[in-house]
Write a protein that binds this ligand. Sequence first.
Ligand code: ADP
Ligand code: MG
Length: 261
Amino acid sequence: NNKNLKSKATHILAIANQKGGVGKTTTAINLATALAAKKKVLLIDLDSQGNSSTALGVDYTNREIGTYHLLIDGTIKDEMIKDGIVPNLSLITADENLAGAELELIDVPEREFRLKKGLETLTQHYDYILIDCPPSLGMLTLNALVAASGVIVPLQCEFLALEGISHLVKTVTRVQKSLNPELDIRAIVLTMYDKRNKLSELVAEDTKAFFGDKVCKTVIPRNIRISEAQSYGKPIMLYDHKSSGAMAYISLAKELMRRFQ
Ligand code: ADP
Ligand code: MG
């Protein structure tokens, strides 16, 4: 029924930053939800903590088959794709098994290409595939970077934020040169922005000076409603659609859709 929403190209976007707590999962779930108002979206939870699976209301009992099996088997099966609480947004869930995948993949041939291979037959069904990466640059994130057509970097407006992503920038360049020529940092999203805090403003200025128009015009404010929503297992739009957080993620989705057209 939703197939007719599908347009031509599929954008596979890795949401990555090796630092934890910067807003990767928050951006993944809320951007995916906002995009799903207009597009067919698949969210892949690539973090063994399974936070995006939880935030989209997929029960633990319904997570036995997910990204772990996708990576280890290297093929997609229908039962890996779950429906969460958001229409037009499907999900491949993660659980603690995924933590072991990093090691198990060491002996697997073409181990950096597992996710890419697994997703090949899926792209025709989705306009956007978002990948919520773990807080490291290990084999899981590498799989995401190889499968992706672009990277979205959430950047928390804090001291040394830019220094913190220099390793990610180098990794993206390396992957682009060797494994995935298509890869590029497509967007930097400033998260947890506090307009009363001078530091937020300074970090934003520095980031724009360095990354230019890769930095999204939409800035995500620090908004308590966002973290509340997550603790209720909901994206912000389904919890408080009038909050500054909800409006920011809706505006981010619009900005990115324009950019990717
Ligand atoms: P990551 O996935 O990078 O580890 P998360 O998205 O899980 O980071 O965010 C870390 C914490 O910060 C979570 O508790 C989340 O609810 C909270 N958080 C993220 N973005 C915001 C925001 N804009 N305003 C308030 N809290 C936020
Ligand atoms: Mg996370």
